[in-house]
Design a protein around this ligand. Structure first.
Ligand SMILES: NC(=O)c1ccc[n+]([C@@H]2O[C@H](COP(=O)([O-])OP(=O)(O)OC[C@H]3O[C@@H](n4cnc5c(N)ncnc54)[C@H](OP(=O)(O)O)[C@@H]3O)[C@@H](O)[C@H]2O)c1
Length: 168
């Protein structure tokens, strides 16, 4: 199964503060929804809380936590207490791709094994953020897609949709 990271990060690799995102970019939300629709998404317990402790619709939501009692499982929300179990859950349901959607704890653990990274690079700096991703290792990943979009009345910052693929 393909394991893909999906993340939006500023030019200094910031992704969040106070367990919230740093920006509102409708086109990125649309990109994220189209990419992950109908697919399994894997997130850490803090990211799950940051989206209101409810399932993102139309997707199998797999939440990683070491405290099983913290989250109510439903038909759309399953919990796993380690990454291997999360991958087994997704592959047992015959999905071809698993999307890792955050947060920084999970990105850090998954970066060494991920096959692909969908990075929305938001062209600003957030030195006072409290969540960051590691710089993409260009010895391990190659950039295969990069599309740039300017800021406009709905997007405070310019941004780029980048796809990175693991080198073989
Ligand atoms: N910009 C973006 O694209 C983006 C996307 C998503 C999130 N974010 C931001 O990222 C921040 C949250 O990131 P975070 O690093 O604080 O938290 P996180 O990665 O969302 O969640 C961490 C929690 O996940 C569980 N966990 C992690 N690894 C595990 C493992 N191997 N096995 C079992 N459980 C595991 C643990 O939960 P327990 O403590 O319950 O055991 C851990 O405390 C927020 O600011 C959020 O807004 C940004």
């Amino acid at each position: 199964m393909i394991i893909s990271i999906v993340v939006a990060a500023s030019d200094d690799n910031a992704i969040g503060r106070d367990n919230q995102l740093l920006w509102k970019l409708p086109n990125d939300m649309k990109f994220f929804k189209n990419l992950t629709w109908g697919m399994p998404i894997l997130m850490g317990r803090k990211t799950f809380e940051s989206i209101g402790s409810k399932a993102l619709p139309g997707r199998l939501n797999i939440v990683l936590t070491r405290q099983a009692e913290a989250i109510q499982q439903t038909k759309d929300i399953v919990i796993a207490d380690n990454i291997e179990k999360a991958i087994v859950l997704a592959s047992a349901a015959h999905y071809k791709e698993l999307f890792v959607i955050g947060g920084s704890d999970l990105y850090r653990q998954m970066m060494p094994t991920a096959n692909k990274i969908y990075l929305t690079r938001v062209h600003t700096f957030y030195p006072d953020a409290d969540s960051f991703i590691d710089q993409i290792d260009q010895n391990s990943f190659r950039l295969i897609v990069s599309e740039n979009f300017p800021s406009d009345d709905r997007h405070a910052f310019s941004y780029s949709f980048e796809t990175w693929e693991r080198k073989h």
